[in-house]
Design a protein around this ligand. Sequence first.
Ligand SMILES: [Zn+2]
Length: 201
Amino acid sequence: MHFKFTKILTLLFLFLLAPANGCSGISSTAASSVEEYSCTAKTRMSRIPSTPDITLSTSRCEDYVFKKEKLSQAINLFVLEYSESFKIDKDLVWAMLHRLHIEVSAIPRTVDLAYDTHGKLVKNPAVSGLALSPKHIWVEIKTSQIWSTSLAHELVHVIIWTSNFGVHGDPDHEGDQFSGWTPKHTKFIREFNKILLDYEI
Ligand SMILES: [Zn+2]
């Protein structure tokens, strides 16, 4: 899980979403990785190109969604960087993401209990991402770009979960109740999101 560390990003997101003075909103800018979605206009689930059957859907019928091409770029960069940082063969990283389903929404969620990065248990936190199973993650869309979301954080949970043969995805992160997540993972996510930012993804 990934905590919503500030309301400012949400407010920025809402600002970016608000069409004003004839501007058609976030989907009109070249750098936007997000577009409006309506389930009446398209099929509910889409396949992400250049990935091993990774699929994408929204939580709600009227919602926002990552552009497929941008999400594909983000995941391809993630696999490359993760493979290099953790000295794992790229094909193995891809295998761990095989048939992953990514659900997204502009609306945040709350859960009963969650761990923060340091392994501290928190009651009823608002979360901006969830690893629901080794094959299903949920990511809140916060701004018009992917770097500001918990995508990389949830992908790391998926990799740890799959490496643990499906036992757990290390929900307490750097805490000591579950194993797998190290400070190196936290640092990797921070640096990887900077790379996405540089690519305007
Ligand atoms: Zn987490």
